[in-house]
Design a protein around this ligand. Structure first.
Ligand code: HEM
Length: 376
């Protein structure tokens, strides 16, 4: 079973081999909290997160080692379960830095220049109840109970300081970050994550994912920006589309994930190739072509999303989709790609219903906490 260190130059949960399950949570700071509250919250969160990442209870007394007269420190549902590859990743939203006259946390001047609400995109249908948040936590694990235990206990630790705003469960990773992982499939039935940035690709990570020491602000060096988009997929509509049309919309074949210009899954797409009738083998409005770096000034992102099914609606349709998560050196990279996708034929089958952007600071040194560079 995998155990990933919470401490390090970068936070875990970005290049970490993508685990099978997700519990993502967004928090708002409570009214009348101050800088000390934020610092102690981040310290308490880091302490508990480091312990849980090792498969331990949130504190030394934990679920059953404390006084029988007091509620236990740890809620206990992960007792006996392994660490299950748990990673916990913290992020800071634009609203945390807001200066509403008070600058409650004394950080307004240290706000990253790009940490603004994402612009509105064509077709956005965003629900405020699934968008934004002062803070976020991404918990990924190979056992769903371990991921849920992490978010539940971190929410509990935040009591009186921050409150859960919205959260999302995800299953079935829709990406890969190592060559050892097979490419999984999303709910459209297509392989997802073929052209992702991998953990071993140091050059691509430096160019496209990690904030560099030469970027502003200095406290973000070694960090990244996280975009979350809750994307509803109209799967009953999609399921009535013929196979050839589904493939043409994506730009890859459904069996292997090979580009429609030929080859196997990992063959580079050839956008010049034509079919027997002389038409482009990979349609100009296919998802893969529109999102490809060649047509986006070399822009790339690290994708780390999950499938979700949140029950069904009154019409008997699944409330399902992709909880899209991407890490990038600058939020501009996501904006560039999402704008490029405005003519994507796939848009007929999806709706963006939730959105958030967070600055994910670098990892903490042992004994320190995530965010120390911003607040210390
Ligand atoms: C590639 C599905 C949303 C960016 C792909 C691939 C699939 C796919 C099947 C091809 C395999 C691969 O390389 O991973 C979906 C679905 C989406 C969605 C079902 C929504 C429900 C997005 C969004 C973005 C995005 C919102 C960014 C704004 C990309 C990129 C690639 C890609 C950058 C790789 C392109 C390349 O270099 O070949 N997607 N995607 N996707 N997608 Fe998406």
């Amino acid at each position: 079973a995998s155990v990933y260190d919470f401490f390090g130059a970068h936070q875990a949960g970005i290049t970490t081999p993508v685990q099978d399950h997700l519990h993502f949570a967004s928090f708002d700071m409570m009214a009348r909290t101050d800088r000390d509250d934020l610092i102690t919250l981040l310290q308490d969160w880091s302490y508990a997160a480091a312990r849980m990442s090792q498969g331990l209870d949130v504190s030394a007394t934990g679920a059953v080692g404390g006084s029988p007269e007091a509620p236990p420190d740890d809620t206990g549902e992960a007792l006996g379960l392994a660490a299950s590859g748990l990673s916990i990743t913290f992020g800071f939203g634009p609203t945390l830095f807001e200066n509403d006259g008070g600058d409650r946390y004394g950080i307004a001047a240290r706000r990253p220049p790009g940490l603004e609400d994402l612009p509105a995109f064509l077709g956005d249908d965003l629900d405020p109840a699934a968008s934004g948040g002062d803070l976020c936590i991404q918990a990924c694990a190979d056992d769903p109970q371990v991921a849920v235990h992490a978010i539940r206990n971190l929410s509990r630790i935040a009591f009186g300081r921050a409150r859960l705003r919205w959260s999302q469960l995800g299953f079935g990773r829709t990406s890969r970050t190592t060559t050892a992982q097979s490419t999984p499939r999303n709910l459209f039935g297509f392989k997802d994550g073929t052209a992702n940035i991998l953990a071993t690709d140091d050059a691509a990570l430096a160019d496209h994912v990690w904030v560099a020491a030469s970027d502003e602000p200095a406290w973000m060096a070694g960090g990244s920006y996280l975009v979350a988009r809750k994307i509803a997929m109209l799967i009953e509509t999609w399921d009535r589309v013929r196979l050839s049309e589904q493939q043409s919309i994506i730009g890859r074949d459904k069996a292997q994930g090979a580009p429609l210009s030929g080859g196997d899954e990992f063959t580079e797409p050839d956008f010049e190739a034509t079919d027997a009738a002389g038409a482009a083998a990979i349609s100009e409005v296919s998802h893969v072509r529109l999102a490809h770096p060649e047509f986006n000034d070399g822009t790339r992102i690290l994708r780390r999303g999950y499938n979700f099914v949140d029950g069904n609606n009154d019409l008997g349709r699944l409330d399902a989709g992709l909880f899209f998560l991407s890490y990038q050196r600058s939020p501009e990279q996501f904006v560039q790609l999402q704008r490029a996708l405005s003519t994507d034929v796939m848009n007929e089958y999806i709706r963006h219903v939730g959105s958030g952007l967070w600055a994910v600071p670098p990892g903490a040194e042992p004994g320190s906490y995530v965010g120390a560079g911003l607040l210390a």
